[in-house]
Design a protein around this ligand. Sequence first.
Ligand SMILES: Cc1cc2nc3c(=O)[nH]c(=O)nc-3n(C[C@H](O)[C@H](O)[C@H](O)COP(=O)(O)OP(=O)(O)OC[C@H]3O[C@@H](n4cnc5c(N)ncnc54)[C@H](O)[C@@H]3O)c2cc1C
Length: 459
Amino acid sequence: MALDQAIARKLTEIVGVQNAGTEVEARICHSYDASKQSAMPDIVLKPATTEEVSEIVKCANENSIPVVTWAGGSGLSGGAIPLKGGIALDTCRMNRIIEIDTKNMTATVQPGIVVTEFQNEVAKLCLLYPPDPASADFCTIGGNISECAGGLRCIKYGVTRDYVLGLEVVLPDGSITRFGGKMLKSVSGYDVMRLFVGSEGTLGVFTEATLKLIPLPPCVEAFSAFLNDTNLAMELVHEVLSIGELPRAIEFMDRNTMKAVRNHSKFDFPEETGAFLLVEYDGWHSEAVRASAEKAFKVVSAKALQSKFAANQKERDALWAVRKASSPALYSLSSKKLSEDVSVPRTQIGPMLTAINTIEKAYGLTIACFGHAGDGNIHINVIVPEDMDKHDPKIEKMIAEIFERAMELKGTLSGEHGIGNLKAKYMHLEFSEREIELMKSLKKTIDPKGIMNPGKIFV
Ligand SMILES: Cc1cc2nc3c(=O)[nH]c(=O)nc-3n(C[C@H](O)[C@H](O)[C@H](O)COP(=O)(O)OP(=O)(O)OC[C@H]3O[C@@H](n4cnc5c(N)ncnc54)[C@H](O)[C@@H]3O)c2cc1C
């Protein structure tokens, strides 16, 4: 849909000509995200204030123009793709920390701030904002709230949802609303704020967020182990957890991932490695943290092919380097790699990995898995050969089977990447017709004209 010239002029006036773009270069830069899809917006707007966002959205609503909020563009489910054209509303100029309230341990920020920048600022005050997606260096708080991002430390600290105390939202009619605040407790009325967290840009534009902080734990200990197979790795995860102290991360990689890491990097580990575990503890008392980590290390190293307890930060970084090599190593197998992120109850990770092995054999395509063994979130990487179309019916059937197995194990389609447009067609596997109807009716109540990020979550 081409944008009416008069409306384009009106929208441009709201943000100023230097912060608006209808030329193809600006639009291309807002046509994609990390899901490797693309669709062009008609105009790119970079507002600086809540009032400007409100005016943009009001104009869009009056003229039934789609609004897609575009932040870091790191989404993996197509959330920021302007599927139906319209406005790409880029939050890059709304990137200020408004306040860090050390006594209430909260921070109020604009949505466009990059997660690591925010974390570094609060760390200077010995405070921690725990959600830590692997993309933290280039994704934003607004994008994280919209996707309810997770990350590496969820087993101990939870996900983004657990840290959002207050939200300012521009609703699809342009009105400015506020939910929550600095209170840690509130049970007044329906918890509408929570509905917005994880809503994937389909209900409104977040223009300010108040986030919970915690004291920064200064002590960290970590170890890793190369193991025979993932069954043993999952057994050890349960043993580690039964020690009593929660680690802040338990990461795993499977045999195919380790094979790719071996070929792609120079890490030295036993040829027969079929699984990798990395366990990290943190806390406020060094002796207690060390004691828990050593106890867990004893359990794991007794059954490992090779293991290492890191003596200092440099050695911890070296352990993490192995885990962080997974994604680039798998991309080196195929640029068409697909990444799913089902989540299952922790005890079902083993059965899920077994089911994936069966699917892999049946379809004759490599599937490599790694992820967060502590919270059940498995990153499933389907290595689509370069000469194959990733929309090939065989691939689609295989993905559907993976989701079906996850549902049988009482899991969910996505642990942290969201539904976007990519997984919309599988929603019926997880939800009944009535449940989807209920979600759609909430969307219709808040966004009757359907201008907010159309084509996402629902088909
Ligand atoms: C290498 C890599 C590693 C990753 N690792 C993780 C990980 O460990 N854990 C994890 O959870 N995710 C991970 N992701 C996925 C991605 O980083 C997250 O989904 C992140 O939250 C997206 O943030 P963004 O700022 O890039 O948002 P975008 O991709 O720009 O947008 C994502 C969605 O948020 C909406 N949105 C953005 N800002 C607002 C706002 N202010 N108001 C309303 N809606 C808004 C958009 O419309 C879109 O629907 C990873 C991605 C990559 C590429």
